[in-house]
Design a protein around this ligand. Structure first.
Ligand code: AMP
Length: 397
């Protein structure tokens, strides 16, 4: 997969109509519809400002929620247009449709240095189906396509891939940064390269583990995933999370690590409890010696030391998935220690979206991390080494 893609800086956008795919999929209050975090809108500002400063006419578009092809008033992008306008300090023209008369007329009249926002792309079922006719209509309003919604680049949708068949396609600053940092980590990492994987399920991360065992020097496995590895090696895991159909896979991965000369670290002790509850009493056991009525909810103190020591001196650390049930403060110790170890490591540190990003933010370490990916699913597929359709379709440098 080639991550060396043209960006907005490599193409002339002056006076051009630019279709800009943003990620304005913001969280909203269920009752009032109010935007509860405008982080994603704020994140889009550098690319938008750059394009406007260059004299481009910006036709922004995004999806919001899952309307599945139906017009749903609760999922209109109108509140996003309003918030974007406040943040930019200028008018954001809002189109009442996506490829309809209103959008087309407003796009036609849009001048250089002006911005408009189309209505929710997923009000059309054709968007997620990557329907070529829909993509062509969308593209017909513009002369250049800019992809800046990393959270959807792993999907071949009309606005993420389809339009690239009709317009020269480049990345915005957000996507460019994701490609630069994560692409480099996978292709040419500063070594030693340490991968830290956690979270609930082995099955979600099978391909990530597999791919990273070919790239990393050390792979650390914590979280609920680790019990399947422990069981596969004959350990007693009590009532801990287990994916019984992944036992052979776990053994295969242990073998693969040996064969490739990758250090594979698994927990040596575990903080357990009788029930899955924030109030449960934590008790620590050696890994593989968990009593029948106990479940593992966090890595133990010896494991914290083992894992944190393994990150010391690393050139690159990629982390995906918490070390335990960090939502319960009593069982957040391992995840917290890992976030701190990353923050203090001096390595290029990358957090691959989702729960570990939330953990780093919740624990106050986010600003000490080199890069926190904005796309959960997309960053996982990135780490799997899969070709991302919304990236592959961009022009090569
Ligand atoms: P994932 O989405 O696969 O990254 O998984 C994240 C979830 O894994 C979080 O909600 C954690 O609470 C959960 N998790 C991590 N460790 C454990 C564990 N030992 N037992 C149960 N759930 C866990």
């Amino acid at each position: 997969m080639n991550y060396n893609k043209k960006t907005v800086k490599d193409i002339d956008v002056k006076g051009k109509k630019v279709l800009l795919r943003c990620d304005f999929n913001v969280p909203q209050d269920k009752e009032t519809g109010e935007i509860t975090s405008d982080k994603r809108i704020v994140a889009a500002l550098p690319t938008i400002r750059y394009l406007l400063d260059q004299g481009a006419a910006v036709i922004a578009c995004s999806h919001l929620g899952k309307p599945k092809g139906e017009w749903k008033k609760s999922l209109t992008l109108a509140p996003v247009a309003k918030r974007l306008s406040e943040l930019l300090g200028r008018e954001v023209i809002f189109a009442a449709d996506v490829i309809g008369e209103d959008a087309k007329a407003k796009a036609k009249a849009l001048g250089g240095g002006e911005i408009m926002l189309l209505e929710n792309l997923r009000f059309h079922i054709e968007e997620e189906k990557n329907d070529p006719a829909f993509a062509k209509e969308l593209a017909s309003m513009a002369e250049v396509y800019v992809s800046d919604a990393f959270g959807t680049v792993h999907r071949a949708h009309a606005s993420t891939e389809g339009v690239s068949h009709y317009l020269p396609a480049v990345s915005g600053f957000l996507v460019a940064k994701e490609l630069e940092v994560m692409g480099k980590a996978l292709d040419d990492p500063k070594r030693p390269f340490v991968a830290v994987l956690g979270g609930a399920k082995v099955s979600d991360k099978i391909n990530v583990i597999n791919n990273l065992l070919e790239k990393a020097d050390t792979v650390i496995i914590g979280g609920g995933m680790a019990y399947t590895f422990s069981k596969a090696q004959g350990g007693e895991i009590g009532t801990s999370l287990l994916e019984a159909d992944k036992l052979d896979y776990a053994l295969e991965m242990i073998e693969k690590a040996k064969k490739n000369g990758v250090k594979l670290l698994l927990p040596v002790d575990t903080v357990c409890a009788k029930e899955f509850s924030a109030d449960a009493e934590p008790v620590t056991f050696e890994a593989g010696h968990i009593p029948a009525d106990m479940m593992g909810l966090d890595i133990g103190p010896k494991t914290v030391k083992l894992f944190c020591d393994a990150t010391r001196g690393a050139g690159t650390i990629v982390w995906n998935g918490p070390m335990g049930v960090f939502e319960f403060p009593k069982f957040a110790v391992g995840t917290e220690a890992m976030a701190k170890a990353l923050a203090e490591s001096g390595a290029v540190t990358i957090i691959g979206g989702g729960d570990s990003a939330a953990a780093a933010e919740q624990l106050g370490f986010a600003d000490k991390i080199t890069h926190i990916s904005t796309g959960g699913g997309a960053s996982l597929e990135f780490l799997e080494g899969k070709e991302l359709p919304g990236v592959a379709c961009l022009l090569d440098k």
